[in-house]
Ligand binder design. Structure first.
Ligand code: SAM
Length: 388
């Protein structure tokens, strides 16, 4: 990947040569070029700013130096120009992942009151132009934002991190949860001990403990992240709350009536569950629900099995009156994406006579596994997880 920076403070970007990005430059993975925007000025004072049309406080960055810089840097349609600005799209891990797919990023760092709008409009005619904000606050200049964006992007490049697995487990990774607390040696410090489970050597128990901690931390600190997905029409897929138990029981009964018809004679435990049973499993499973017009019309649950690598999916439920609209498929996709990084496969049961369900699961990549144990009257389906 090639990175160019247009700035009036080239020294501000010196940290790019430190640490991992520095090593990536040495290894040839990255090519970095920091340019002094003033070298494309033509007057004796090397002026890059002027007073704003329409009046007002502060100065605005002039268009000509940027235009000349874009020419000199031979910006092409395949390149991406990033304008750092507090009025841009908010930078996050998804934007970082997207930018990491580009072969060249050119950062235009603003100063003063920002850059003349025509520069951005012009940039759009010759390359992809993105206006990106680091967050909802105002910095003095775009250099800090360019540094932060660079660091978040380049660590995603294949070969950049010594251990790529550390990317999968992190906060804001695909599962959408914040990272669990981490510990290192010594086992006791300041009278505080490392949680026993982490020293138990039981990988399944460790994975489950970490996932539970990540869930709890996310709920406390960033509840907004717990509804990361939505249906195509914008309806959110939300995490169930204890108060959903009653509606879940109703939905469960409605759906399992159909199951009972499709699997005559098979025991249907979900049909017989009491409200307390539903409350109990709600506390143990990651459960997601969809509401339409205030009514709970869809749900699914997932949990890590004791082996720490199998994500057990169940209770994929869609209210009978809204079936056939893709809701079950969306819930199934959602619960798979929500599996913790430790999960390497998905498993689920359905009725041996539930042809419609089996068709849906097979279409979603699940395979029937007659070699694995299943409850009476049911079949087990398994899918290997592919980490993107
Ligand atoms: N007048 C501008 C406004 O209100 O949107 C703020 C200009 S700011 C003082 C100067 C430069 O700092 C901006 O052009 C931009 O490059 C950079 N900057 C400030 N805050 C930023 C943020 N949150 N994200 C990205 N860049 C920022």
């Amino acid at each position: 990947m090639r990175l160019d920076y247009l700035t009036i403070f080239p020294d501000y970007l010196a940290p790019l040569r430190l640490s991992l990005p520095g090593k990536a430059v040495e290894s040839g993975l990255l090519e970095l070029h920091v340019h002094d925007l003033r070298s494309w000025t033509t007057d004796k004072h090397r002026t890059v700013d002027d007073t704003p049309y329409g009046g007002g406080a502060g100065m605005v960055m002039k268009p000509e130096p940027f235009g000349a810089a874009f020419d000199a840097l031979e910006i092409e349609p395949g390149d991406t120009i990033v304008f750092t600005t507090p009025s841009g799209e908010r930078f996050d891990q998804r934007v970082a992942e997207d930018l990491a797919t580009r072969s060249r990023l050119v950062f235009a760092c603003g100063r003063y009151e920002g850059i003349d709008q025509r520069v951005i409009d012009h940039a759009r005619t010759r390359a992809e132009a993105r206006e990106i904000s680091l967050g909802d606050y105002v910095l003095n200049g775009g250099e800090v934002a360019a540094l932060a964006i660079t660091e978040a992007v380049v660590r995603l490049l294949p070969g950049f991190m010594g251990n790529a697995a550390s990317l999968v487990e992190e906060s804001h990774a695909a599962g959408g949860l914040l990272e669990y607390p981490v510990f290192t040696k010594p086992p006791t410090w300041d009278d505080r001990s490392v949680p026993d489970v982490l020293r138990s050597g039981d990988h399944g128990a460790i994975a489950r403990w970490r996932h539970e901690q990540a869930r709890r931390r996310t709920a406390e600190r960033r509840p907004d992240l717990l509804a990361p997905s939505a249906l195509a029409d914008g309806t959110p897929i939300e995490r169930a709350v204890p108060g959903d138990a009653g509606e879940l029981m109703t939905l469960q009964r409605a759906c399992w009536v159909q199951e009972a018809v499709a699997n005559p004679g098979a025991p249907i435990p979900a049909f017989a569950e009491s409200l307390d049973d539903v409350r109990a499993w709600l506390g143990e499973w990651d459960t997601y629900v969809v509401r339409r017009a205030g009514r709970l019309v869809g749900a699914v649950r997932g949990r890590l099995e004791p082996d720490g690598t199998t994500w057990d999916i169940g209770r994929v439920m869609v209210a009978p009156d809204v079936q056939g609209q893709g809701l079950g498929r969306a819930l199934l996709e959602h619960v798979q994406a929500a599996a913790p990084a430790a999960a390497t496969s998905y498993t689920l049961f359905t009725g041996a006579g539930s042809d419609r369900n089996q068709r849906i699961y097979k279409k979603a990549g699940f395979r029937l596994r007659t070699d694995l144990p299943a409850p009476p009257g049911a079949v087990v389906l398994v899918k290997q997880r592919s980490h993107a």
